[in-house]
Structure formats: C-alpha cells, structure tokens
Design a protein around this ligand. Structure first.
Ligand SMILES: [Zn+2]
Ligand SMILES: [Zn+2]
Length: 755
C-alpha cells in the first residue's frame, strides 16, 4: 500500500487496527479511485487476500503531503499478524541460482512473499526478536534490505544470508558431524540418498525421513525401521515435469502443487510407473509435493529424481522438529541427518489435498494453511475454544468474526500427541490473544478432548453432537446459516441416544438439528477393537441381515477369505469368530451403531482386501482403490419409515446380494463398484425424502467417509441431477480434522441468538 500510494503521489497513512487495515488517503478523487482499483489487482502481493474494501469520506488534513506507515494499534494486532509458512517464491529461487547474488545457493533465502512464519513465531508481536531468528544478528546488507520500504525484504522477519544466517551440516546417526559446510553437506546428503540410504532432513515444519523413491529395497528398509507403518509415503520432486512421469497431473492439480501453500496432492498413479511398489500399496494415488524449502531445491539439484519424504516420527507420535529429539528418536531409523540451526518452534505436518467434484479439498490441514482464519458472517459475543475430536484432532478458537483452526494435531490417545495438544492450545491462544469464555466439546463423555475441556475452570461448557458439528463445518465455510439437509457419512461419533452414530441425515442449522434418518442400527462388539478388526462389524451385519436364519458354519467360506492378520497387542486371531459371535448373542460389550465406516471394513474384508485397519480407514481406502470404472449396477436397499421414528436405511438386501456375488466369484472390483453405487443411490433417496418432509433443498455433505472420492463424486452428481444445490467442505477436512471448526461455529451461533 505504501508503494502504491507513493507511486500515485497520494498522502495519508496505513495501519492495522481491530477492523483489519485502515488506509487514509488524500489526493485527487480520480487518483484515489485508481488506488482502490489497483489495490484489488496488479499491486496486490501474492499472499494478500482482500476480503472486502469499504470507502468513506474523511476531512482533509491540511499540510499532509506524505504517506506513512503508522505503528499498529496494539488492540488490533493479534488478529492479522501471524501468517502461514509459504513455499520459496520465484524471485528468491532466481536469486538463489544467480552466481552474482550474495545469497547464491543459500538454503534459507526468503522475502516478504515467502519463507517460514507460523513455524518460527514464539510470541507476538510478530517481530524478529519474537521468532527463532532472534539468535541471528542481521549483517549490514540484510539489515539495509529489511529497513528499505521499497525492498522485497522490507520487514521480512526471517531475512538472512550466508554471512549472518542459519547454516546446514550433516551428521551420522549418532550425531557426529560428517560434513560441516552448508554446500558440501547438501551434496553429501544427496550422494547418500542416491546410494539408497535413509536421510533425516530438517525442513520448515519438522524433519522428513527421505529415501530414493525408485529404490524398492531402500523404501522397504525405511518402512521396517519406522515400525508398524502401513500408510502410503509422500513423495517430492522438483518439477511438475518429473511428477508427470509417475502420476496424472490435471490443470487444477498443477495449480495446487505450485501454490504458495505447496501441499501434498493426491494424484492418480500412472500405469507402469517405476516408483517403488512399497511406497503406496493398497491405494490408487501417489501423494506428491513440489520442493518448497530452498534447501529442497539445492538437494534435488545434486541429481536426485524423486524422494520419499515422510514425516520424521515413529508410528503415530508427533512430528519431530528439534535436532536433539531427532537424534534420540530417529537414530535407529536414519543413516544420516541433514541438520540446521534455524529452530522450528511449532512443528507442522505437510498438508494434504485431494479433489472432489473437480475442486481441491483438504484431507489434512497444516503447513501453508494454518493459522489462516476462516471468517464467519457475524462476530461472536465471547471468545470460544472448541476442543475437537480425539482422532485426527484439530482445535479451534473463535474471536470476533474469525475462526482460527489449529494445525493437524493427531490421535490424542498417544501420550505425546496429547501433550502436544495441550501445548499447542496455549501457544495459539497466546498468538491470537484469545480469552475463551466458552468451551465446546464433543458429546462423547470418554473422549480425551472432552476430559481436557472439563478440566478448564471458569468457562461455560457446551457439548455438541459429533455429526452436527461436521455439518456445521460445511455451513460456516459457505456462510450459510441453514437449515439444510445434512448428510454425514462417518466412522463413529457419540449420539444423543447413547448409540454410536455414523451414517446420518440431519436437518441442521448452526443453531439446532434434528435427526431425519440414519443407517439402521447394528451391534458393534468389542468397543475400540471394532474399528480395527473387520470381523466384528462383519459378523454383526451378517447376524442382522439373516436374523433367525443365521448359522455361523454357513459363512465359514466367507470368513476364510479374511487375511489372518493379528494385532501385536491382541492375543487371539482376529478371525476368532466363535468368541465374537457369542459376544453378539449375549450382548456383552456391544454398542448399537449406525457407522458406515465399519460397513466398508466388513465389505473390504469379504473381498479379501485384509482384515485389519492398521491406520484409520485403511480397509475403506483399499475398497475404493480397486473399483472398476464404468459399472452402473447396484444392489437393493430399503428405506424404512415408521411413525415418530427417523427413517432407517437398511442394507440387509444389499449385503445378501453382495455376498451372493462373492459366492459367484464376481470380480472384487465390480462388487466394490456396485457397493459404492448402492450407497450413492440410497443417500440420494434419503435426501429426496428429507426434501419432501422438511421442504428444504440445499444438501451439505461431511464426515470421514466423504474422503472417498468415488462415492462423494457420484453422490454429488446424482444430487445435482435432481436439482439439489450441494455444499461440501473446502477449507477444512471432511474427516474429524474439520470437527473443531463446526463446534466453534455452533457455539458462536447459539450464543449470538440466545435471548
Ligand atoms: Zn521470496
Ligand atoms: Zn545477512
């Protein structure tokens, strides 16, 4: 704004206040009009997003002939100061490759348009002394750029150069320095990677474990050493051209890959690609990202083609970001460590994007996106804290009209993740100066997030039903208050009747909801085990579908198809059907559920895709990955409507017909397609009944099962064909990672409309 005002010779000032940015302008009317026009277009910095501009007349100040930047009004600073970490910009990359530039080949080059932000901020105001860059004293050259308002590095807090900034070195797995110099340590690390070694690389949000993605032996070694990890590994390349050799990159995908946020993008695998088989088994996509730290580009310039770049942690623990912790925890995993001394204050996982209805939507929201707020239509009366869910946890603060969602935290049952959760809450609260008077928790009484919410003193606690929060996350993203027809397809969430809900049709607004319909209840035996061992929902669904005619021996052939996998913590074979069958008959440790995720588990198991979810949604993802395209067939289902009760979706016929197909040896990819098609038609039928009954038209979709691209795309297509306007998550994940946003939005709406 300063540069634009000076160029147009306008007098006045610019400053941050509680409303955002205020600009005072004095000059010719047409010049001011030009300023406003150019503000929205050509002069806007790449990262600026102008939500709205309001112009009012103000009295002329005599003798004011200069344009100045005024210090921020401290009241208003917290809302707009700390931004997300941004990938290296083209200008910086050009300087880095320019032999005559004093930052030639410098791995920490950055400017106001790029570089680390949220990951290095300790506290506000966002000034260098409050970042992890405080230990580096700027040299005169850097300082001159930092202070020059016309320079690209004006007030770029992490500005640095080879003389004054952070450095890189390479150590062995014990922490002994192998190469001390920045440039030669990068070259040496690249050499180790080419030789099939595992190198831990410190990046922007934490350590990655890197290995040559084309070397099967090396990738397998990484998998073994990382322990118990079946999840697909993310990949990195330094150009779109390279990615295109291994995956299908559409136009929108290319834009997302090249975006300043630089997330992992899920792309369809190219047939016959030479990526090692154990990089991403059981899924039909590769998760690719482009280099985003200058260091990555320097590494790839040393003759590296594609790297596995997976989170530097052991199984489900938090991402590691400290040098000492990396050596301590990853010493058995990595052969070498490429370290640097720019401390990462907050660890941030790579964000993951996939595509629904042709649009990019997040599966994991972290680096590049957090802490960018999501805006509400109205200000909230009090500051709010929403505790989120226990799986794929994020939490959220509401302040004024902003919803500030945390980065992906993880699964709270891991003790270290839980510790990280509490720590992160305090950090983000401090950065945005939030003083919550209201806390929102999930309805589940035993959630760890619920226990945390209860431990907070002096706040009002609101409990919000899980699936209502899912729908609210969609509503607030789209600025819609509702009511709408909300369809949630999910794993599990605690219901108002004490059952475990999962596949729900809600008539929901931000202020209230009612349950219009749901998947017919079936018993889920064995509590937590039921979400891992597919045999549990499978047996229950068989018993429910066949009723009195159910005889266990009749299904021996089907149960034989399940892979005999056992959890390391379980002492019996997960195919131990007799034990589970008795449990179901006696109703011991069983809970009623309408979970759809567990139906996916059961079907995947019957089709021989495995019997155990080593990570969340492993079996449903495998079921989606095998779908044969071009199949229009489906199975039958029933929508049961009875007086004073919610509509029930009964999949008894579906399962009977599906099992008949299995018996006939119909190929699994065809059965999977028919199963998915059935669900999309059944959910459409449910939506039509809701439309008729509630006289509503808009449909909102959310819940973890809608991370299934085939099902979601197909359902959206069917709904649109029937003239339903369809809303789905686009800012936060449809899975539990988006739950806290919905929780906070509900609390804000409920409080604002309380009399
Ligand atoms: Zn830059
Ligand atoms: Zn310098």
């Amino acid at each position: 704004m300063y540069r634009l005002a000076c160029r147009l010779r306008l007098a006045g000032a610019v400053y941050n206040d509680t409303k955002g940015v205020t600009i005072e302008l004095q000059g010719e009317e047409k010049t001011i009009a030009e300023f406003l026009a150019r503000l929205q277009s050509d002069d806007k910095p790449p990262l600026a997003e102008i939500k709205s501009v309001a112009a009012v007349d103000a009295p002329v100040i005599q003798g004011d002939d200069k344009f100045t930047i005024r210090p921020s009004d401290s009241q208003g600073t917290a809302l707009s100061q700390v931004t997300a970490d941004i990938a290296a910009c083209q200008d910086c990359l050009a300087e880095m490759t320019d032999e005559n530039d004093f930052r030639h080949e410098y791995p920490f080059i950055n400017c106001t348009n790029c570089g680390p932000r949220y990951s290095i901020v300790k506290t506000i105001p966002y000034d260098r002394p409050n970042t992890t860059m405080s230990v580096f004293k700027m040299c005169p050259k850097c300082a001159a750029q930092y202070e020059d308002v016309t320079d690209r590095r004006f007030h770029a807090q992490p500005v640095a150069c080879p003389v004054c900034g952070p450095k890189i070195w390479l150590t062995d797995s014990k922490g002994h320095t192998i190469v001390a110099k920045t440039d030669s340590s990068i070259a040496e690390a690249a050499g180790l990677l080419r030789a099939g070694k595992i190198v831990a690389i410190k990046g922007v949000g934490g350590f990655h474990l890197a290995v040559d993605a084309l070397a099967e032996q090396a990738v397998r070694r990484l998998r073994q050493r990382k322990r118990r990890d079946h999840k697909p590994f993310a990949l990195m390349a330094d150009s779109i051209e390279t990615i295109k050799k291994y995956a299908v990159v559409g136009e929108i995908a290319e834009q997302v890959l090249k975006s300043p946020q630089s997330p992992i993008v899920l792309l369809p695998k190219k047939e016959g690609s030479s990526i090692a088989a154990s990089v991403a088994g059981g899924v039909d996509t590769f998760g690719f990202m482009l280099c985003y730290a200058p260091l990555h580009y320097l590494l790839f310039a040393q003759g590296v083609e594609v790297l596995v770049m997976t989170s530097g942690n052991i199984s489900d623990e938090p991402l590691i970001c400290k040098n000492e912790t990396a050596l301590e925890k990853l010493g058995q995993v990595a052969d070498a460590f490429l370290m640097h001394d720019r401390e990462i204050y907050r660890q941030l996982d790579d964000s993951i994007i996939h595509f629904i209805d042709g649009r990019p939507v997040p599966l994991r929201r972290a680096r590049g996106y957090v802490p960018t707020p999501i805006f509400m239509e109205e200000n909230c009366r009090e500051d709010i804290f929403a505790a989120g869910a226990d799986i794929k946890n994020t939490f959220c603060f509401a302040k004024q009209n902003q919803l500030i969602c945390s980065e992906h935290i993880g699964d709270l049952e891991d003790a270290e993740v839980h510790h990280h959760y509490i720590d992160s809450i305090e950090h983000l609260r401090g950065l945005f100066e939030v003083e919550p008077k209201v806390t929102v928790r999930d309805l589940h009484p035993a959630y760890l997030s619920t226990q945390y919410a209860r431990s907070l003193s002096g706040v009002k606690i609101i409990a919000v039903q899980h699936h209502w929060a899912h729908i609210a996350s969609v509503l607030v993203e789209h600025g819609v208050a509702g009511p709408v027809i909300g369809i949630v397809c999910d794993g599990t969430g605690y219901g108002t009747d004490g059952a475990i809900w999962g596949c729900e049709c809600l008539i929901a607004s931000l202020e209230k909801f009612e349950r219009f319909g749901h998947l017919a209840y079936y018993d889920l035996p064995g509590a937590d085990k039921a979400s891992k061992e597919a045999i549990r929902p499978l047996l229950s669904l068989l018993k429910k579908s066949w009723g009195k005619e159910f005889r266990l021996p009749n299904f021996d052939w089907l149960i034989e198809r399940i892979e005999p996998e056992t959890d390391e913590n379980t002492t019996y074979d997960i195919r131990n059907t007799k034990y589970i069958s008795e449990q179901l008959d006696k109703g011991v440790n069983c809970v009623e559920t309408s979970s759809l995720g567990r139906v996916f588990d059961a079907v995947a198991a019957m089709l021989g895709l495995g019997g155990y979810n080593h990570f969340d949604a492993q079996l449903p993802m495998a079921l989606e990955a095998i779908i044969e395209s071009g199949i229009e067939d489906h199975y039958d289902f029933e929508l049961i409507r009875s007086a004073n009760k919610a509509v029930e979706l009964d999949l008894g016929k579906t399962l009977k017909q599906l099992i008949a197909d299995v018996k006939k040896d119909l190929p699994a990819p065809v059965i999977s397609a028919k199963f998915h098609n059935t669900l999309s038609i059944a959910l459409l039928a449910m939506a039509k009944q809701a439309r008729e009954s509630a006289k509503l038209n808009i449909v909102a979709l959310s819940g973890g099962v809608f991370c299934n691209r085939y099902l979601t795309n197909r359902l959206i297509e069917l709904l649109k064909r029937e003239d339903f306007p369809v809303l789905f998550n686009r800012e936060v994940p449809a899975n539990d990672g988006g739950l806290s946003l919905g929780q906070a939005a509900i609390a804000a709406a409920v409080m604002n409309h309380e009399s």
